[in-house]
Design a protein around this ligand. Structure first.
Ligand SMILES: Cc1cc2nc3c(=O)[nH]c(=O)nc-3n(C[C@H](O)[C@H](O)[C@H](O)COP(=O)(O)O)c2cc1C
Length: 207
């Protein structure tokens, strides 16, 4: 079984999507042959379409898809129309986001589903990973829901089974998540010469 994983984060390093892809590839092990493509380079479409499963892994941008992922989907769509593939790979998606609730990825995952349906490929399931950058630093007991979600997604992927989208959050209260996040981004603002007030109540620029 061949899997094409399409990396949808533009980051060169420190990407949570890259981290999720590494984890997924390790978990697939001998059960499949993984080929990783980058949405920043929309090429090798014939190789992508020779795979049995397509997995789009991307960050949530403004409750939607990064624009280069949209462009990738449009170009792949055009390629499929020009060179209809012999087989129809199943489509999966994994979206991580900065905010707490994985459910916020519902609409972004839905866009990948719409794309799959428009090109005539079977849509299977999506995974929305809440608090993505935060989760990877948590001890195992605080990421049980996240790990369970990833495990369930992998089971569906390996058995090529459709399911309801899976949404995960860290196993800590949201209030604690917000406090920790504030403790991180406030010093970052100050290091860049800004205050919380500059961000929360931006004043019009004086020329
Ligand atoms: C341009 C931009 C828009 C973003 N929009 C959202 C958003 O709407 N909701 C959210 O929770 N996080 C948002 N984020 C945060 C990213 O989803 C989050 O940092 C994610 O972990 C990045 O994944 P990556 O490291 O794989 O690129 C945004 C980040 C950027 C750079």
């Amino acid at each position: 079984m061949k899997l094409a994983i399409i990396m949808g984060s533009p980051k060169g390093r420190g990407s949570i999507s890259a981290h999720l892809i590494e984890e997924m590839t390790a978990a697939i092990g001998d059960e499949g042959e993984v080929f990783v493509f980058n949405a920043l380079r929309p090429e090798q479409f014939d190789k992508v379409l020779s795979c049995d499963r397509l997995v789009f892994v991307f960050p949530l941008y403004y409750d939607s898809l990064p624009s280069h992922v949209i462009s990738y989907l449009e170009q792949l769509d055009a390629f499929i129309k020009e060179y209809p593939p012999e087989k129809k790979p199943s489509v999966y998606a994994v979206c991580n986001l900065g905010f707490y609730e994985g459910y916020q990825t519902k609409w972004a995952l839905g866009r990948i589903q719409c794309w799959a349906e428009a090109v005539g490929f079977p849509w299977k399931v999506g995974l929305g990973v809440g608090a993505g950058p935060f989760t990877i630093h948590l001890p195992p007991e605080a990421r049980k829901k996240t790990d369970e979600g990833k495990k369930h997604f992998l089971q569906l992927l390996l058995s090529d089974t459709a399911g309801d989208n899976i949404y995960t959050e860290p196993d800590i209260p949201k209030e604690m998540f917000v406090e920790i996040a504030n403790a991180q981004w406030t010093p970052q603002l100050e290091a860049n010469g800004l205050t919380v007030d500059d961000v929360m109540n931006p004043h019009p620029r004086q020329n």
